[in-house]
Design a protein around this ligand. Structure first.
Ligand code: DQA
Length: 749
């Protein structure tokens, strides 16, 4: 009998080479969370530190400079792979495809990582020898979206970001199985299609490549698939699941050709696809080889049984599970059942394997067909979903996110909650938030209510009155409120958690400002875990209907607790890393401007998570909790400014963040000019400017920054990312950044 699950050992990481995996996340290094606080983590890593060598096509040298820009490094063109050593680590190197062909096979794989960049507009397929020889392949077109796609590709393939860890901490995750024959059909609606999704599955086997004579290829060519992946990735920030479902399991890939699976699946690793679906029937050597050469992709083992004879309470089911665990980060098992009771058998199986194999990979299992639908509401890990806008469902019985949530609500698993936007004055919002939240709840089939309410700015804050209700489901605070003011004279907050008070995330603790109040059911999470963001649970049943005014007669249940968090720093972090790899900031210098430490703290925490080395401050005193995160130097004289300005690119300011109000825009513009025109700077490295000012102003520092060679971002970007994060914290659902931008009427990007 098989009982011992071999837990995946983390074997060589990036296409055969073990590289140092230094964590960039100094949250984990420096601070001991206070009692009652939970750790926050950006999950950023320094990743692969080998020299990035970009192989470019004829006339395509420019792509090398774009790679360099994204990595925040200078670049050079080289004649070939020979002679490249680790000394070049500070550079991005470019080699023409023609020269690369001669030397790529003999390169020193420990010293460099070879990326084949191919402009799809020049024709497909790319040079097949280079595709096969290089570690990774980046397919691009000259579009608006390409830079963002490149940042995502390089951050992922170099191992600097890790979606998987964050996703597996969510109480529930969904992925949409797209069934389009051509992904282009999905793109106009991609924002709406992916609301509530944590990943998008591309059913490669369902793609239909036209052959020009009115017929379609039996299976799509790699070049067609590569282009489809590129198109999808340019338009969604969600991780992609790459699936080649076989003919025996309701797919179109030939079950009699396992090597074909290897060829297609390994190419997906080279394209930097986040999740690779590997069917468990494939010969073990193929599954092992894929697992060993997975780069930074995660393997999702897949098993489908369409026979109608599969039984969850069987030795066979257990042996499939055990076999699946061997080479997987997620195990997926899906079967056709005949009787409703088999859903409960699946739940028993789920709890049994959790108890017997506690260290096994996360388990995703559902039953197919109408009889199996309830199991799709029980499953919590990567539940496959559909959407009414898809041409066909990917499997019998598939449901949409809205249908699953509605079913959970009717089963009492998702009680109706009141969610508040607590502001100081409605005019702060250029765009009203209530319609946005209502739209989200509607799209997601959530039963919650949202209300924007005003709090007092003087005297007692009265925030606790909104929280102390039975139906309270969480709130965001705009502007954020300091933890000290929230607790001041608040008997309600101090009495929570048997008198220990609300739980603070590490971010909220260090920033000192709270902008999100999350309801947690049951006992408080222990430090070390991230906050559970499931807003509701069976023990938080709410009979009370939505109340636009605080209703203290049915107070906040003693069995629940509150978590104080800060979402703004993540909004800032996501903005800073939208077009840049996180490592671009590593050890660099920043300038932060604010009139008060409270306004600067979220930005400082984001810079800390990016491991910025030094921060020059203007207009505020660095909060004590953050002062040890980097070297701090206040600009307190003209001389100190001049000194910083005179530094070369490595030590001089790389990123400027202004949290000053719009009335100070001329001062901000002046500083931007000063550092944009820094003496001794090589024009190769593009600096970053982020303006957090909101509202009308005279002169736009962002425009000045762009004229001075910065890449400039504004508060609209940060707000959209922060809103997406807030929704995730409050209702546990993922809403894409592009959906937030679209719904707020600002155009998509
Ligand atoms: O593995 C799965 C699950 C699925 O078969 C379902 O039952 O929903 C749908 C497929 O697209 C996906 O690859």
């Amino acid at each position: 009998m098989l009982t011992q699950v071999p837990v995946p050992v983390h074997r060589p990481n990036t296409n055969g080479t073990v590289t140092p995996d230094v964590s960039m996340d100094i949250d984990s290094k420096a601070v001991t969370p206070t009692a009652g606080s939970v750790k926050t983590s950006s999950r950023l890593r320094r990743g692969d530190t080998r020299t990035a060598v970009i192989v470019y096509g004829p006339g395509q040298e420019k792509i090398v400079s774009t790679f360099a820009d994204v990595l925040g490094k200078p670049f050079q063109l080289a004649d070939g792979f020979q002679g490249i050593a680790t000394a070049e680590q500070g550079l991005v190197l470019g080699i023409s495809a023609e020269s690369a062909r001669v030397s790529v096979a003999a390169r020193d794989r420990k010293a460099m990582i070879a990326i084949h960049a191919h402009n799809v507009d020049l024709g497909m397929p790319p040079d097949t020898y280079l595709s096969a020889q290089c570690d990774y392949e980046f397919l691009y077109t000259d579009t608006l979206f390409f830079r963002r796609d490149l940042a995502r590709f390089i951050s992922f393939t170099l191992g600097q970001v890790n979606h998987h860890e964050l996703l597996m901490e969510k109480p529930r995750t969904f992925f949409i199985s797209t069934t389009f024959p051509d992904v282009r059909a999905a793109l106009p609606n991609i924002e709406v299609l992916t609301v509530g999704c944590d990943a998008v599955e591309l059913r490669v086997d369902l793609l239909r490549e036209p052959l020009g004579d009115g017929t379609f290829a039996q299976i799509p060519s790699l070049s067609y698939v590569g282009e489809q992946i590129m198109l999808l990735r340019q338009r969604t920030e969600l991780p992609i699941i790459y699936t080649t479902r076989c003919t025996r399991e309701n797919g179109r890939f030939p079950v009699d050709d396992p090597n074909l699976f290897y060829e297609y699946l390994y190419r997906a690793v080279q394209w930097g696809v986040e999740y690779i679906d590997v069917e468990v029937w494939l010969p073990e050597d193929i599954r092992r080889k894929l697992y060993e050469n997975r780069g930074n992709s995660h393997i999702m083992s897949a098993f489908h049984d369409y026979s109608g004879t599969f039984k969850w309470p069987s030795a066979y089911a257990q042996s499939v599970f055990v076999e699946s665990c061997k080479y997987a980060h997620i195990v997926k098992m899906i079967a056709i059942i005949n009787d409703h009771n088999e859903n409960f058998e699946l739940e028993y199986f789920r709890s049994k394997i959790r108890a017997e194999y506690p260290t096994s990979p996360p388990f995703s299992a559902v039953n197919m067909g109408e009889t199996g639908q309830i199991s799709r509401t029980f499953n919590k890990v990567f539940t496959p979903i559909t959407h009414p806008l898809l041409p066909i469902i990917a499997a019998p019985g598939q449901m949409s996110a809205a249908e699953i949530n509605a079913a959970l609500a009717s089963l009492g698993q998702l009680p109706k909650s009141s969610i508040y936007g607590i502001t100081t004055s409605p005019s702060r919002f250029p765009v009203p938030h209530a319609p946005f939240y209502e739209k989200c709840f509607n799209e997601l089939g959530l039963p919650h209510h949202f209300a924007a309410v005003e709090r007092q700015t003087k005297g007692p804050l009265s925030i606790e009155a909104w929280c102390n209700q039975r139906s309270f489901g969480g709130a965001y605070l705009d502007p954020a409120v300091s933890f000290a003011s929230l607790m001041h004279h608040s008997t309600f907050f101090s009495k929570l958690n048997n008198g220990t008070g609300p739980t603070l995330t590490e971010a909220a603790h260090m920033i000192g400002m709270v902008d999100t109040i999350v309801v947690q059911s049951g006992p408080t999470s222990s430090p070390g875990s991230t906050p559970s963001s499931m807003p509701s649970s069976p023990n938080r049943r709410s009979e009370s209907s939505f109340s636009p005014t605080p209703n203290n007669t049915h107070g906040f249940p003693a069995s629940s607790s509150l978590l104080f968090d800060n979402a703004s720093w993540r909004g800032i972090l996501s903005t800073l890393t939208r077009d840049l790899a996180p490592s671009a900031y590593f050890g660099r210098t920043a300038v932060v401007l604010a009139s008060h430490a409270d306004d600067a703290a979220s930005a400082l925490y984001a810079l800390k998570s990016l491991r910025v080395g030094k921060v020059y401050t203007v207009g505020f005193k660095t909060p004590l909790a953050l002062a040890h995160s980097f070297e701090v130097e206040p600009f307190n004289s003209l001389e100190s400014l001049q000194r910083a300005r005179a530094m070369g690119d490595d030590a001089g300011p790389f990123v400027l963040v202004s949290a000053l109000g719009p009335e100070k825009s001329s001062l901000v513009g002046m500083l931007v000019r000063l550092f944009g025109g820094a003496r001794g700077s090589s024009s190769q490295i593009r600096k970053i400017f982020l303006d957090l000012a909101d509202g009308p102003r005279k002169g736009d520092p962002g425009t000045i920054a762009e004229q001075c060679g910065f890449a400039a971002y504004g508060v609209a970007d940060t707000t959209a990312f922060t809103t997406a994060e807030t929704v995730r914290l409050l209702v546990g659902q993922n809403v894409p950044y592009s959906f937030v931008r679209l719904t707020n009427g600002k155009g998509m990007f």
